[in-house]
Design a binder for this molecule. Structure first.
Ligand code: SF4
Length: 193
């Protein structure tokens, strides 16, 4: 759908320069989704993996973040292999709704209630990032925290449109449950993509 060089705004790698690749296509259906234009893959012309890697390699940061849409709708093995052959690290942001494919240096799972993640991805998760829309999401987040690998980093992130209302509850939750950290969408404050 699009690709752009920017700063990762969220989660463990927040603040780092990275090349973002947004794949078209998603059927998860989050009502608060901020990239609904990504949902229909047919709206977005195909780009060869060679072209994608060539564009990414032109930038100084040797990190790509593959996001969507839901990137695991596709077999990501050929794309991630080609990145690695070019000395570029591969990170993914996924809901986990489809089977994991590809070779990744960092896997950020952001599970969605609308289409729950596949159990098979849970042992491979580097970072669990749960978007919090209301207080019931804390219990939901804990279900996944109990199932991911013990070394996975745990983040609670306020849903952007609800941030003013829900952030105080997240602050209190993390103070009481310090295995979690807070992730905020810093790119939105910086007005960058
Ligand atoms: S999984 Fe991501 S792209 Fe898909 S609907 Fe939810 S927020 Fe939007």
């Amino acid at each position: 759908m699009e690709a752009f060089y920017t700063i990762q705004g969220e989660g463990y790698h927040s603040g780092r320069a990275a090349y973002f690749i947004r794949l078209g296509g998603c059927d998860v259906g989050c009502h608060w989704c901020d990239v609904k234009e990504s949902w229909n893959a047919e709206d977005h012309p195909l780009t060869s993996i060679e072209e994608i890697v060539k564009m990414a390699a032109a930038y100084p940061a040797k990190i790509v973040v593959i996001t969507g849409g839901e990137p695991l709708l596709y077999n990501l093995k050929p794309l991630t292999q080609l990145f690695h052959e070019n000395g570029i690290q591969t990170f993914i942001e996924t809901s986990g709704a489809y089977p994991l494919s590809g070779d990744f240096d960092w896997i950020c799972l952001s599970p969605k209630k609308f289409k729950e993640p596949q159990e098979s991805i849970l042992p491979h998760v580097s970072e669990l990032k749960v978007v919090v829309f209301n207080k019931s999401d804390f219990a939901w987040a804990e279900q996944f925290a109990a199932k991911v690998a013990p070394q996975a980093r745990l983040y609670l992130q306020p849903e952007w449109s609800k941030a003013d209302q829900i952030t105080p509850a997240i602050v209190e939750y993390v103070k009481n449950n310090p295995k979690w950290q807070i992730s905020v969408q810093t790119h939105k404050y910086m007005n960058i993509p």
